[in-house]
Write a protein that binds this ligand. Sequence first.
Ligand code: GDP
Ligand code: MG
Length: 166
Amino acid sequence: KSGFVAIIGRPNVGKSTLMNQVIGQKIAIMSDKPQTTRNKIHGVYTTDHSQIVFLDTPGIHKRQSKLGDFMNNTALNTLQEVEAVLFLADTSEGFGGGDRYIIEQLKKVKTPVILVLNKIDKIEPPALLPIIEEYRKLHEFAEIVPISAMHGNNVNTLLEQVEKYL
Ligand code: GDP
Ligand code: MG
């Protein structure tokens, strides 16, 4: 099984930290070289039975110009073409305008979206369920996976969920 997965989310939600955690676990290639003009390969995760190519999707963020519009459309095309989208959110910061904008964009594509609720190490466990309920109201996510990218909690579960969509 192999396929492409796009990682999206506001700045500082932990996208790079997650990649480092994933790459730290298994053989992977880290690259900052542009794959095309618009996509960057973050890393390639390889096991005996699967290979997941993680793509950065920078243009999905809020547009501020005509160029931004263009970026946005190319980013949407990318989301259309991948097997799954990982949408990272910072559980400890709550829901922000940037998140709302990204969710609006996600509604335009048919690709399964896995909501990754990161930084669960920063909240008390009982606080998690209400947060999940909030996000559930906003979009029909294919999966919702709480993790701590920094400490590695539940990252294996996340990878197992991703593999289901390859
Ligand atoms: P990016 O902009 O989405 O790539 O976010 P980064 O990976 O650069 O992370 C932004 C900040 O959040 C850094 O200071 C990370 O150390 C921190 N961070 C990322 N993941 C976690 C986590 O699971 N728990 C905690 N406590 N901090 C995290
Ligand atoms: Mg980063």
